[in-house]
Ligand binder design. Sequence first.
Ligand code: BF8
Length: 655
Amino acid sequence: KKYKEVSIDPTTQKMYERAQELGIETVWERLEKQQPQCGYGLLGICCRNCMMGPCRINPFGGEPKRGVCGADADTIVARNLLRMIAAGAAAHSDHGRHVALTLLVAAEMAEKFKKEGKPVLELDNMASNTLPYQVRDPEKLKAVAKRLGIETEGKSIRELAKEVAEVALNDFGKQDEEPLAFLKAYLNPKTYEIFEKAAEKAGMPWFENGILPRSIDREIVESLHRTHIGTDHDPVSILLHGLKTALGDAWGGSLIATELQDVLFGTPKVIKAEANLGVLKEDYVNIVVHGHEPVLSEKIVEAAQDPELIELAQKLGAKGINVVGMCCTGLEVLMRHGIPIAGNFLQQEMAIVTGAVEAMVVDVQCIMPATVDVARCFHTKIIDTSPIATFPGAIHIKFDERRADEIAKEIVRTAVENFPNRSKQRVEIPKEKMSGYVGFSVEAILEHFGGTLKPIEEAIVEGKIKGVAGLVGCNNPKVKQDHNHIKIANELMKRDVLLVGTGCWATAAMKYGIFLPEYADTENVGPGLREFAKEWGIPPALNMGSCVDCTRILVLADLVARDLNVPISALPVVGSAPEAMTEKAVSIGTYFVASGITTHLGVVPPVLGGPKVVKILTQDLYDIVGAAFIVEPDPYKAAKLMYEHIMKKRKELGI
Ligand code: BF8
């Protein structure tokens, strides 16, 4: 073969080869140019936390054994890991804050308009289109309010929206020692108790309330404080605080993002849609929404339906406007509206290489700055929109929620006006695309099973389904794209494990047809799972959404734990991030484990230089929180280990 095989996805492979022919540098060449990657960095034993350094520890046992301050390998590895968790938790949680602020701003605008005498009922219901954001799912808002213990009787949607947003925002910045209001509202008592006692079990009783997070921001700030030179040096306490910070993400920041996005934009319902680069259309203005926050992408989807803009597109020679998604914001609009998703993380440059993208509209997280360089080779415009994420060389149209509609239209117009600049001879869109069912929110799953999870629980008890695996996370160019995602999925389904998943894993699974009920007929699905899927008319794997929606997996696990009156750690449930890449994935892995779900990582995180840290993460945590990490790059071995864990949990439950 002339070119390296970088992906099992034919569209990525084709566009990669095209990039090679056109002399365009991609993520794979940049990875190549980084070789050999720094061994100290890979092992986690370099420290740059002060200016006496940078320091490195000899991984072979010789000198230097300590940094200038005296920190040893385990301290350095643990501190570095805590900083990764804090960054991941910060990214998810800042996203959650943004959603809560959007809800608050919309509620306050409704109040203001009401005083100005605009239609009262519509404003009280937050359904008025004079508002930049409406409450699309009032029932969910009431359900969230009830969970939080907020009185709903006699209150308008506007009043409730304001109160819920305020409780959420308080969870970010409160200063008392009480655990998060959202955590208290959503977590079952048995798992709560494990969090409360975890630090004591680990021999550190001075952690007040164990690893129960007090405030989302405070745990993140404390992570930076603890890892400052001369502060926390014991890998146990550093890692315990890592669990606490990650739990602030899970049962705080990410949960708030998911729940309030459902309130604002609607709770996903099961819907059929399409995935892969083949969703780009040759005769249309193609707009790719890429990043994470639906506060933006929802508005772009709306603006693209504006008759005036469609007319303009037609005047300029296009048939219409085609909005498609990329990464998690793509999953958000896929789940709620069936907007097709063009790809996962490693396809962002590939989408531009088709030559058919008028604009890639980006917000925050997982957007490579290299998209701007690739776009320079075509007519594509990269439009950055977040005040906190500016890309040199991009067009900056910064978003402001108060003027959301106006700005979204400006963005779409910029894309449309770029259509005549497209060079038709340079367009090459891969044909491949796949359809699948998406939109499996917890609410949609409950509805499908008649308002209860009993059918799933009974199938597990009977052994028809052996357990459930939550597959999540990124692509990483160190792994052939989607290879581990699909192998692990198939190996688990063959063993009758029902899959639920999010993020770039979910997009990968969709591209290979795993979200079609027919997939249950393939040899990749075991007889028990096949029977169950057919009986209920579902695919053998359920798409639960974006990465912040990993909290949907937690909420689902929590409901089962409540039904069985056990902590989450007693359930035959495992997690996996087969191609993990981001700091967010590290936070997710950590909060899965802390919440009681043993989790596999398919890419080795930078911890191997700290033997004590490795032991804590892969062994000791079983005694502390009832779950731990499995690290295994080989997907077949990984699936086997995950299955063994499920079987162990079944045995412990006596089923
Ligand atoms: O939050 S799975 S590469 S896109 S981090 Fe990023 Fe990883 Fe994809 Fe979304 Ni999640």
